[in-house]
Design a protein around this ligand. Structure first.
Ligand SMILES: Nc1[nH]c(=O)nc2c1ncn2[C@H]1C[C@H](O)[C@@H](COP(=O)(O)OP(=O)(O)OP(=O)(O)O)O1
Length: 174
């Protein structure tokens, strides 16, 4: 990317025509006042706490991706899945990722640590935002309040440079 075209602000990007290099998902199991998170062991954001998730495989729907990632990362299959919104991340080095966010209220199987992720439950009033991506503190509370949203963010590495969070008037759709 040429230096002059590097976006630093939300207004530098034509979001209507923006397309991410990678579509991806996050899925949070929320149960009994707690949220299921992972300490990510590899890939984008390794070392951070995040929700389980990852990039879409060819031909896969976002819902199928969200389910597969829970199976791969924590050996469980989520139940009662609900779509909450999407987050568009543009990195100034040119990389971009479009993350679709789901929740589930239950799961089948036994939560198990894998090579990709260490599981951890957090109380909903003690989510460890200081160990998570900088954007999470803004949109996770919106997700927890059952409102649907679209977030747009500019990142330089793991530093957030600008953001916009739009709340939709409808409640999160099934
Ligand atoms: N700023 C951000 N805030 C956030 O909450 N999650 C982010 C994020 N940027 C990326 N993610 C998440 C979304 C998605 O679940 C995940 C993508 O990471 P990876 O590229 O490691 O995915 P994969 O597990 O598919 O990787 P590989 O299979 O190793 O290629 O990171």
């Amino acid at each position: 990317m040429e230096t002059t075209n590097i976006p630093h602000r939300i207004c530098d990007i034509d979001w209507q025509n923006w397309q991410a290099a990678d579509p991806a998902t996050l899925l949070f199991v929320i149960q009994e006042g707690r949220i299921l998170l992972i300490r990510k062991k590899r890939g984008l954001g390794a070392g951070k706490i995040n929700g389980p998730g990852g990039k879409l495989e060819a031909g896969e729907t976002i819902e199928a991706c969200a389910i597969r990632e829970l199976q791969e990362e924590l050996c469980i299959t989520p139940k009662n899945i609900r779509y909450h919104g999407d987050n568009c991340f543009q990195f100034i080095d040119g990389y971009s990722i479009h993350v679709h966010v789901f929740t589930a209220t239950d799961y089948d199987g036994v939560i198990t640590e894998t090579e990709e992720a260490e599981p951890l439950w957090a109380d909903l009033d003690a989510i460890p935002y200081d160990e998570m991506w900088e954007d999470d503190q803004y949109w996770i509370p919106v997700m927890l309040s059952n409102q649907s949203f679209t977030g747009r963010y500019i990142f330089d590495g793991d530093r957030m440079m600008d953001m916009e969070l739009v709340l939709h008037s409808d409640n999160a759709k099934n």
